[in-house]
Design a protein around this ligand. Structure first.
Ligand SMILES: Nc1ncnc2c1ncn2[C@@H]1O[C@H](COP(=O)(O)OP(=O)(O)OP(=O)(O)O)[C@@H](O)[C@H]1O
Length: 215
């Protein structure tokens, strides 16, 4: 008897026909894109073009007016838990709580996402982001760039395959921008995917494309 090998499944995001209206303004329609392991997509457009709206839609935080978002070929609404387990969203503000220390922000953020983070792993992530000696400081005493680094440390402690990053380079100095590019590059080389917005030119290597919203 012939035996059939199961098809190799690979993680993939694809979106088709997405549309969004906010207030009385149509921001975009017929937006299509796909991400396979190792791919990245930079969403571009002027202020107010709808970049954040699109990212929030991909993360299920904003209602889809039209279109479909699929994870491994299935509508994300049908594989909600699986999709959420593979998704890491870092928004504009980075979800940093001012009264918590850098370390607490990282560990409690992970716990809210359903995983327990080993303190040594969290500390190592903060150190890689250049926050050695700042782990125990309340976030309100950190600079804007340092708060951003605390938020970005989540990238190092998460196992999510799909990173959705809204303006991840904002407030970072030149070395931190290089470091973040290296971290995203490592993620892509190990089969991850990244969907991001940035007003600056981004080069994360092969496997990248851009998508422009608006005129
Ligand atoms: N809740 C809301 N009600 C009405 N309009 C909204 C709402 N939220 C956002 N908008 C509008 O939607 C438009 C797109 O906002 P969005 O944040 O997606 O743009 P963006 O491309 O990310 O902009 P930027 O580059 O400035 O970050 C803006 O004109 C904004 O005012």
């Amino acid at each position: 008897m012939r035996t059939f090998r199961p098809l190799r499944t690979f993680l993939m995001l694809d979106a088709s026909g997405l549309a969004c209206t906010r207030g009385d303004r149509r921001l975009f329609s017929e937006v299509n894109f796909a991400l396979a392991p190792g791919n990245w997509l930079q969403v571009e457009g002027e202020n107010g073009a709808g970049k954040t709206s699109l990212l929030r839609m991909v993360c299920g935080l904003l209602h889809k007016e039209a279109g479909e978002i699929r994870w491994n070929g299935q509508p994300v609404t049908e594989v909600d838990d699986e999709y959420r387990g593979e998704l890491l969203y870092l928004g504009h503000a980075g979800a940093i709580k001012e009264d918590l220390t850098a370390l607490e922000n990282l560990c409690i953020g992970a716990a809210l996402g359903g995983c327990t983070l080993d303190e040594a792993v969290a500390v190592a992530a903060l150190w890689r982001l250049g926050l050695k000696g700042r782990e125990g400081l309340a976030a309100r005493f950190l600079s804007q760039g340092q708060k951003r680094r605390v938020a970005l440390a989540r990238l190092l402690t998460s196992k999510a395959k799909l990173w959705v990053l809204d303006e991840p380079f904002v407030a970072l100095d030149v070395r931190a921008v290089d470091l973040l590019c290296a971290i995203i590059g490592e993620h892509l080389r190990t089969g991850g995917m990244a969907l991001l917005t940035s007003h600056q030119e981004v080069n994360l290597g092969a496997g990248g494309r851009s998508l422009r919203l608006g005129a």
